[in-house]
Design a protein around this ligand. Structure first.
Ligand code: AMP
Length: 523
C-alpha cells in the first residue's frame, strides 16, 4: 500500500535535482528542496522524541517564516495533526483551543513562553517549544542534534492531517478536521486547473495559519516542485518590487485594492506574471475592472472555505467573470437549495451545498454539529448563499447568517451593497440588520466614502436606492465610517460592524432597540 501521508505525496513531486530552490526570502536567503527535506526531518525527529505520536495534535502559534512552514511539513511527516493558530489570538482565546483540541505539544513564539506554561500544563500539553522569526527558539536549537533523515510516518488517506478552527454561528470556533486525502486531492485539482508548470515562481504574501496561504498556495507550489518567494506579510510596495520575479500571485481582495493604491503600479511590474488569484472574501467588480485596466491582467476569482478547501474557480482559459466565483472544480458537486431543502432554480438564491473529496470529515469532537451540517445524501451545508447561473457560473450572495429579515422579507446584503458601491464618492459599503421594534430588523448601511469626498449624504444614498430597489430593501439608516472592520483575511466582520452601528445609533436621536448579541470574532 502506498503511503497516503500528504508529505510523502508532495515529496514524490519534488524536483529530481534537490538543490533547486523551494523557498526564497525577500532578503535573498534560499532554502533548497534538500534543505526542506533535511530540516523537516530534524523537526519531525524532535517531535517524535517529545512524545508526539501519530494522530496527536500539535498546536502552532508562530510568526510566518520558512521554518514555520517546515514545521508544518514536519508535523505531517511525524503523522501529527497540525493545528495552526493566528498569532493575533490573545492568551484568553488560546486557552479555549488548547482545552478543545488537547494538543500533545504547543510551539509558540519565544516571547509568549511565560504566559503559556500555565495553559499548557492545565491542558496536558507538556513543556512548549518556541520558534522565533529569526532562527531563534528552542525548536531550532534542540533540532540541531537530530538526524537529517526521517522515515515519513505511514498514514491512511482518511487520517487527519490538520485541524483548522473556524468561527460559526454558534459563537465558539469549531475545529474542521481535514484529512490527508482532502488536502492532497484539492492540491492536485488546483495544480491542474491553474496550469502550474515548470518555471513558475509564486509570490507568497498570505498568512500561513489559514487555508488560503497554507494549503492553496504552498501545496500547489510544492506539488509543482517550484520556488516560492516567501514574505513575512503583505506589503504593497514590497509586492511591486518582487512581482517582476514571479509568475503567480495569490491574494485576498484587500491586497489588490492596496496594490491599486500604489502610485506607479501597473503593467511594468506584472509583465512576467501569468496568473493573479483572488479569494477568501468577495472581490469588488470595481477592483476587478480597475486591475484589468491598469495591468492588462484579469484576476481569477475562486471560492473556498476552511471546511472544504477550494470548491469553485473561474477558468484559466475561458471567461473570468466579475462578481462570480466561476464553476465547480473537477470532482466537486455543488448545488443550491431553498427553504426546506428543495433545489433552487437557475438564478435563484439558495444555500450552497458541497460534496466531494475536498470536503472535510467533520467538526472536532462535535458529532451532533457535524450531523446537522451534512444532508442525508452527504452534502455539506456551507452556510453561504449563492446562485448558479444558466451557464453554471456561481455567484456568492453572502453568508446565510448575514441575511437581513425585515418585516418577514429577506434582504440579501450583497444586492444593496453592489448598488451603494456604484454611487459617486463611495469607496465601499457593508449592509447589516439592526434590531427594529416593528420590522424585527432594519436594513442598515455602513458607507466608506472615497478620500476627501463629502458626498453622498445619507439622504442621497437612500434616494438613489429607492429608484432601484423595493422599499423594504432600502436602508432605513446610513452611517458613514472611516473603515469597515475586517479580519486578517480581508473579510468584513459583520458581527463587529453590527455592534459598532448599534452603539453609534444609540448616540443619535430617536433611538434604539437593544443591539443583537455579538458572536465570536472571525479567526
Ligand atoms: P474561511 O473558512 O475563513 O476560509 O472563510 C470561508 C468563507 O469566506 C466562505 O464560506 C465565504 O463566505 C467566504 N469566501 C471565500 N471566498 C470567497 C469569494 N471569492 N467570494 C465571496 N466570499 C468568499
Amino acid at each position: 500500500m502506498t503511503n497516503a501521508n500528504l508529505y510523502a505525496l508532495l515529496e514524490a513531486h519534488f524536483p529530481a535535482d534537490l538543490t533547486a530552490a523551494c523557498l526564497e526570502t525577500p532578503d535573498g536567503a534560499v532554502w533548497t528542496y534538500a534543505d526542506i527535506e533535511a530540516e523537516s526531518a530534524r523537526y519531525a525527529s524532535l517531535l517524535a522524541e517529545r512524545g508526539v505520536a501519530p494522530g496527536d495534535r500539535v498546536a502552532v502559534q508562530v510568526e510566518k517564516s520558512p521554518r514555520a512552514l517546515i514545521l508544518y511539513l514536519a508535523c505531517l511527516r511525524a503523522g501529527a495533526v497540525y493545528l495552526p493558530l493566528n498569532p493575533a489570538y490573545p492568551e484568553r482565546e488560546l486557552e479555549y483551543f488548547l482545552g478543545d483540541a488537547a494538543p500533545r505539544l504547543v510551539v509558540a513564539r519565544p516571547e509568549s513562553l511565560n504566559g503559556l506554561s500555565g495553559p499548557c500544563e492545565r491542558h496536558g500539553a507538556g513543556e512548549p517549544l518556541t520558534l522565533g522569526a529569526h532562527a531563534d527558539g528552542t525548536l531550532v536549537e534542540a533540532s540541531r542534534a537530530m538526524p537529517n533523515r526521517f522515515d515519513t510516518v505511514e498514514r491512511r488517506s482518511d487520517d487527519l492531517a490538520a485541524l483548522l478552527y473556524t468561527s460559526g454561528t454558534t459563537g465558539q470556533p469549531k475545529g474542521a478536521m481535514l484529512t490527508h486525502a482532502n488536502l492532497f486531492s484539492n492540491a492536485q485539482v488546483l495544480h491542474a486547473a491553474w496550469g502550474f508548470h515548470e518555471g513558475d515562481v509564486l509570490l507568497h504574501m498570505l498568512p500561513i495559519f489559514h487555508t488560503h496561504g497554507l494549503f492553496v498556495a504552498c501545496h500547489t507550489s510544492l506539488l509543482n516542485g517550484s520556488p516560492m518567494i516567501f514574505c513575512p506579510r503583505f506589503d504593497a510596495a514590497e509586492a511591486c518590487r518582487l512581482l517582476p520575479r514571479a509568475t503567480v500571485f495569490m491574494g485576498v481582495p484587500t491586497f489588490y485594492v492596496r496594490l491599486l493604491r500604489e502610485a506607479g503600479f501597473g503593467e511594468k511590474q506584472c509583465a512576467g506574471v501569468r496568473l493573479f488569484v483572488s479569494g477568501s472574501a468577495p472581490l469588488l467588480e470595481q477592483t476587478f475592472e480597475e486591475f484589468r485596466e491598469r495591468t492588462g491582467h484579469t484576476i481569477l476569482e475562486r471560492y473556498g472555505m476552511t471546511e472544504c478547501g477550494m470548491s469553485t474557480s473561474n477558468p484559466l482559459d475561458g471567461e473570468r467573470r466579475a462578481g462570480t466565483v466561476g464553476l465547480p472544480l473537477p470532482g466537486v458537486d455543488l448545488r443550491t437549495t431553498g427553504d426546506g431543502g428543495a433545489p433552487a432554480g437557475p438564478g435563484e438564491v439558495g444555500e450552497i451545498e458541497l460534496r466531494g473529496p475536498n470536503v472535510f470529515s467533520g467538526y472536532w469532537r462535535m458529532p451532533e454539529k457535524t450531523a446537522e451540517e451534512f444532508t442525508d445524501d452527504g452534502y455539506f451545508r456551507s452556510g453561504d448563499l449563492g446562485r448558479i447561473g444558466e451557464d453554471g457560473y456561481v455567484a456568492i450572495v453572502g453568508r446565510g447568517k448575514d441575511l437581513v429579515i425585515t418585516g418577514g422579507l429577506n434582504v440579501y446584503p450583497k444586492e444593496v451593497e453592489l448598488l451603494i458601491d456604484k454611487l459617486d464618492g463611495v469607496a465601499e459599503s457593508a449592509v447589516v440588520g439592526l434590531p427594529h421594534p416593528d420590522f424585527g430588523e432594519q436594513v442598515t448601511a455602513a458607507v466608506v466614502r472615497e478620500p476627501e469626498a463629502t458626498e453622498p449624504s445619507e439622504q442621497s444614498v437612500i434616494d438613489a436606492l429607492k429608484r432601484d430597489l423595493a422599499g423594504y430593501k432600502v436602508p432605513k439608516q446610513v452611517f458613514f465610517v472611516d473603515l469597515l472592520p475586517r479580519n486578517s483575511m480581508g473579510k468584513v466582520q459583520k458581527s463587529v460592524l453590527r455592534e459598532q452601528l448599534a452603539r453609534q445609533r444609540t448616540r443619535e436621536p430617536g433611538s434604539p432597540p437593544t443591539p443583537r448579541a455579538a458572536t465570536a470574532p472571525d479567526p
